[in-house]
Design a protein around this ligand. Structure first.
Ligand code: PMP
Length: 465
């Protein structure tokens, strides 16, 4: 670590943080005592795959900034320089005006998304999803007298933190205390074969899981269902890679009932799974694609809702109707730093062949984690796509009883204490927050992966024996 700490009184920073910052996702009681080990963790600096905390301790980052975001790794001066130059030229202008990086990034993004055509800029992944929900609702009002307004979402998927996104949320513990919810969102079953709901395997299982969506559509009435919103690979709900056969059948069902397909690529988007977008593994043709985290690797806040021309056309087919446009704005959709950073981010992925690296290193990491499974009975199932992987921990392989949450957290904490950051899935369902997750930057090497896997190995031995 070179420097920044010397410029600050770090104990003052820690105290300011302890006194005034309300951190995401944690219970604060542990930080109010006198135990110095309970200090808030402050990450001070990052380079490549590594970060340093306030005590100067080095960590290899196995989760790209905590939540699967910093796809191109830390310390990318060319992104910082592009953002700096753009901020000096023009930081912001919103309303109905565009910007140079906004136009150029849209063009670049669409070049990677055959069949799609329009980019609507927003502030966050949740908001990008809300835009798609609003478009679906507006189409329902415009075309179907408001009737075709329901939005289907899947058990264990997550689409964001707002009340509407939580209404479309398949992780019950995340939403449990924030009702009442927005009506018009309907749940369909998840497709995780390891936790099977049908006595079938492989492709047959995938088709059955998709057919379960059709059953919900028929029960609700196809003329009331406007859209289906799915993650390509479920992230926080347990790193769920859909079985063969699932996606083609999902597409068929959407076409059969004239249901718009919304794919939430907030996690998988921009390289994470080894293709530009997760849905591109499966030959799917979506109507909406939302994205956020990896778009600019966290160097600037940017998210967007991308649509095809079929959707866009519905908002401009009658210029004489004053209601016939998308009555929506995002204040920070007018920031130029986001698309300026996103352009460089994509150029880095192309120039450094990071999609190829993601596929090669993803396969390697999957193999390494599967070898760990031979050694540790507590690993019930390993799964993943590209550099997005999970290892589900169970108390008993035969019954698949989930490992206790405290033990899973102890594995994460042990890795952290030994300089390796890994994650565990969020509280998706009681007892199901038992999947260790890994999403190193797309620049990861075999050595990096070996370090992450061997820290997991040692932690599993220490925690489970
Ligand atoms: N969709 C998915 C699949 C996510 O994982 C997340 C965030 N973890 C969101 C949407 C919401 O994104 P944001 O936090 O940027 O609002």
């Amino acid at each position: 670590m070179d420097g920044k700490l010397r410029d600050n009184d770090i104990s003052h920073v820690v105290e300011a943080d302890r006194a005034h910052v309300w951190h995401h996702l944690i219970q604060h009681a542990a930080w109010t005592g006198d135990d110095p080990k309970a200090d808030p963790r402050i990450i001070v600096e990052g380079r490549g795959m590594r970060v340093w905390d306030q005590k100067g301790r080095e960590h290899i980052d196995g989760v790209s900034g905590g939540v699967w975001t910093v796809n191109v790794g830390y310390g990318r001066e060319r992104i910082a320089n592009a953002v700096r130059d753009q901020l000096i030229q023009l930081p912001y202008f919103a309303g109905s005006a565009g910007s140079i990086p906004g136009a150029l990034f849209s063009e670049k993004l669409i070049s990677k998304m055959p069949g799609m055509s329009r980019v609507y800029y927003t502030n966050s992944g949740s908001e990008a999803n809300e835009k798609a929900f609003k478009m679906v609702r507006q189409i329902a009002h415009k075309r179907y007298g408001g009737k075709k307004h329901k939005i289907l979402y899947r058990d264990r998927d997550y689409h964001g933190t707002t009340i509407a996104c939580l209404s479309a949320g398949g992780q019950d513990e995340r939403g449990a205390q924030y009702g009442p919810y927005t009506p018009g969102f309907v749940r369909v079953p998840h497709c995780l074969e390891y936790r099977a709901q049908w006595d079938l395997e492989g492709e047959d299982y995938g088709i059955a899981a998709a057919n379960a969506i059709e059953e919900v559509i028929l029960a609700e009435g196809p003329d009331t269902v406007g859209a289906l919103c799915l993650e390509p690979v479920t992230a926080g709900g347990g790193v769920i890679v859909p079985p063969e056969g699932y996606w083609p059948r999902v597409q068929e069902i959407c076409r059969k009932y004239d249901i718009l397909l919304h794919i939430d690529e907030v996690v998988c988007g921009v390289g994470r799974t080894g293709t530009w977008f997760g849905y591109q593994h499966y030959g799917v043709e979506p109507d909406f694609v939302t994205m956020a985290k990896g778009v600019a690797s966290g160097y600037a806040a940017i998210a967007c809702c991308v649509t095809n021309e079929r959707v866009f056309d519905l908002f401009k087919d009658d210029a004489t109707d004053p209601m016939n446009y998308f009555r929506d704005i995002s204040t920070f959709g007018g920031c130029t730093a986001g698309p300026a950073a996103a352009l460089e981010n994509m150029a880095i992925i192309e120039e450094e062949n990071l999609l190829e690296n993601t596929n090669a290193m993803g396969d390697y990491m999957l193999d390494q984690l599967r070898s760990l499974q031979d050694k540790h009975a507590v690993i019930g199932h390993v799964r993943g796509k590209g550099l997005f992987l999970g290892a589900e921990l169970v108390a008993d392989r035969a019954t698949k009883e989930p490992a206790a949450e405290k033990m899973v957290q102890a594995v994460v904490a042990d890795c952290m204490a030994n300089g390796v950051v890994i994650g565990a899935t969020n509280r998706s369902l009681p007892g199901f927050n038992n999947t260790l997750c890994y999403s190193p930057a797309l620049i990861a090497t075999k050595d990096d992966i070996d370090q992450i896997v061997s820290a997991t190995d040692a932690a599993l031995t220490r925690v489970f024996g």
